[in-house]
Ligand binder design. Structure first.
Ligand code: IPD
Ligand code: CA
Ligand code: CA
Length: 270
């Protein structure tokens, strides 16, 4: 694999796509949106961004399979190698002009991410990781996440189960159990950014129900590359497929989140 080419193509793709996102975010007008599912939205910007990224990936890798959030209508991921693309992570934020969004692209091989990037067009921060090649923030290598080792001082992020509001009670019990043990909890509205921030040591842990491979592939790669812990809610490696993710920078915080999820949420998961 030519990793330099992969990194430069991913970078070009997310930089180019983010131009339409910045246009929309700072236009100061009403954003027109459609409902995909309950509380799940799509805008023209999501679609345009995906077209731009897909065109750039296709030009560089004409034979590769590209799975973009707005065009993928299958249930199952393919076998072998492919790309996953979230053209705008944080669409609900985007619609409201809440400036916390990202664009993310990752390459999967044999069921695991091997390269990925997350770009925040608002702060102009590009997180890139390559399996056994390191993780970089705007070209500067992140050596080791400078996260807080002590659970009581740790900062955790989460996503609320807005597509599964039936889970709110067990979710809130999980939240309470974790909240009582850590310093504080954040909800950014972009799971890809949450995971990139975890890799960079800005937060120490994260959990969310029912994410998609394009939300999490790049972040999983970066966290694992820096020695963090990632699993699904059952403590195994199926997270890219089932999207129920726990990720932390330390084993001790992992146990806290895993135990809270196992005793409160797991009995209600189908
Ligand atoms: C969403 C964001 C959000 C998370 C949702 C995702 P989208 O992605 O990552 O933080 O809570 O579960 O679906 O729909 O804005 O691409
Ligand atoms: Ca997303
Ligand atoms: Ca999206």
């Amino acid at each position: 694999m030519n990793w330099e080419k992969i990194v430069s193509v991913m970078t070009e793709a997310v930089y180019s796509a983010s131009e339409v996102i910045k246009d929309g975010l700072f236009r100061n007008g009403n954003i027109v949106f459609e409902h995909k599912l309950t509380h799940d939205y799509v805008t023209e910007t999501d679609k345009k961004s995906e077209e731009i990224i897909t065109a750039i990936l296709k030009q560089a890798y004409p034979d590769d399979v590209i799975i973009g959030e707005e065009s993928f209508d299958d249930e199952e991921l393919p076998e072998g190698s492919f790309w996953v693309v979230d053209p705008l992570d944080g669409t609900t934020n985007f619609i409201h002009g809440f400036p916390m969004v990202s664009v993310t692209v990752a390459r999967i091989e044999q069921g695991a991410p091997v390269a990925g990037c997350v770009y925040n067009p608002v702060t102009d921060e590009l997180f890139i990781g390559v399996r056994r090649g390191g993780v970089y923030l705007n070209g500067k290598q992140i050596i080791k996440s400078n996260s807080v080792p002590d659970v009581a001082h740790s900062l955790v992020a989460t996503g609320f189960p807005f597509r599964r509001k039936d889970l709110i009670r067990p979710y809130l019990k999980t939240f309470e159990e974790i909240f009582r043990q850590v310093s504080d909890i954040r909800r950014t509205g972009s799971a890809a950014l949450d995971l990139a921030y975890l890799a960079a040591g800005r937060i120490d842990g994260f959990w969310e129900v029912g994410l998609k491979p394009w939300d999490i592939a790049a972040g999983i790669l970066m966290i694992e590359e820096l020695g963090g812990v990632v699993s699904d809610f059952w403590g195994s490696k199926g997270v890219l497929k089932n999207g129920n993710i726990i990720a932390t920078s330390s084993q001790v915080l992992y146990e806290v989140i895993y135990n809270a999820v196992r005793s409160n949420l797991l009995p209600h998961m189908r």
